[in-house]
Design a protein around this ligand. Structure first.
Ligand code: KG4
Ligand code: ZN
Length: 337
């Protein structure tokens, strides 16, 4: 079975062909980072216009690399939620046109679920497991019981983890996107140089929730109050101290869930999973199996979309041509149905 996956939810225009749900025949990712760097953040209008220009070329490249013709495809999976509406619409419209022309099924995919599904491309992972999704738009801890069965246990109540990395880097003029830059700077910094605050929402209903807004503000305020760009107030020390707290808060939540559920498998996905300190801390949690994707499958890509699409298609589940883009999926904020 050959499934094409299309991903245009944010600033990556990506397409991939997956064979039999597991074998990556191609994984083309065209990033718009350069176009958004002057603004130090994704500009939705620019993103959707670039997707419009790039989508045909990216899909053609994915088919060419996979050495297949469009007529060989058995289905098209497309990220249709959540994300930037204009950007999602480009992928969804393109996928619908192609699927209709080829008379093959179309499958609308939840981008967040796809991130958590990415490690299945590389490992055989049994259910249930604790899913940790950390990206630029989401921070979710869930109990995952099946490929389409996810119970949200906790989420950020304000900024996403990756968003906090990006905003700290923006204020310190470190570059964009901030995640990898802070990760690299932190390698030469002292994580104890600054004692940044942690949110403590550890009561009742908020047991597994997380908040990044206070940490972000505290880190950003250093620039106003103390920043002289030298000595212990170096970018490396800011990066290391911030990263230490940001990741430690996540790990503490995961450890709490492991203790309460007694589930000994943790699967992480999303852009922030590329973070070297997060990977190290996950590996070091005692008595569990931790899975996270290779770096190329952490950030947005079409392979995770095609892989999850294959799971649905295998079970005869697909959408019709009324499929549309949904920018917000409230279920990823705990407390919503
Ligand atoms: O999953 P993704 O590509 O897009 C969304 O769905 O949001 O994640 C992008 C996020 C950005 O915030 C970026 O700064 C962050 O992932 N990121 C990292 C690292 N690489 C990417 N954050 C921390 N450390 C990294 N090495
Ligand atoms: Zn993503």
């Amino acid at each position: 079975m050959l499934v094409l996956g299309i991903e245009t939810s944010c600033d990556e225009c990506a397409a991939s062909v997956i064979k039999d749900g597991k074998i990556i025949l191609s994984n083309v990712i065209a990033t718009q980072i350069e176009e958004h760097t002057p603004y130090m953040g994704v500009v939705p209008e620019i993103a959707s216009r670039i997707h419009t220009n790039w989508i045909s070329g990216v899909v053609e490249e994915a088919l060419k690399t996979a050495k297949i013709e469009p007529k060989d495809l058995n289905g098209i999976a497309v990220a249709n939620r959540p994300g930037l509406s204009g950007s999602l619409l480009v992928g969804v419209s393109y996928a619908k046109g192609l699927a209709f022309g080829l008379n093959i099924p179309i499958i609308g995919i939840d981008h967040v679920k796809a991130h958590l599904f990415a490690p299945h491309l590389e490992y055989d992972i049994e259910y249930p497991y604790i899913g940790l999704l950390v990206s630029g738009g989401h921070t979710v801890i869930a109990q995952v019981n099946g490929f389409d069965d996810m119970e949200i246990l906790g989420s950020t109540i304000d900024d996403a983890c990756g968003e906090a990395f990006d905003k700290v880097a923006k204020y310190y003029n470190m570059g964009y996107p901030g995640g990898k830059i802070i990760d690299d700077l932190a390698k030469n910094g002292n994580p104890k140089a600054f004692d940044f605050p942690r949110s403590s929402l550890h009561k009742g209903d908020h047991k597994y929730d997380i908040s990044y807004s206070g940490l972000k503000t505290a880190v950003i305020n250093q620039i106003n109050q103390f920043w002289d760009g030298v000595s212990e107030k170096s970018p490396e020390n800011i990066a290391a101290s911030f990263q230490h707290v940001a990741i430690d808060m996540l790990i503490k939540r995961v450890e709490r869930v492991i203790k309460d559920t007694n589930i000994k498998r943790v699967v992480a996905g999303g852009g922030v999973t590329a973070n070297s300190y997060l990977r190290l801390r996950l590996k070091n949690i005692k008595g569990i199996d931790a899975y996270f994707p290779s770096l190329s499958l952490c950030t947005d890509n079409g392979a995770m979309i095609a892989a999850l699409g294959s799971e649905y298609l295998n079970r005869g589940l697909f959408d019709d041509y009324t499929l549309t883009a949904i920018s917000r999926v409230m279920a990823f904020r705990r407390g919503y149905p």
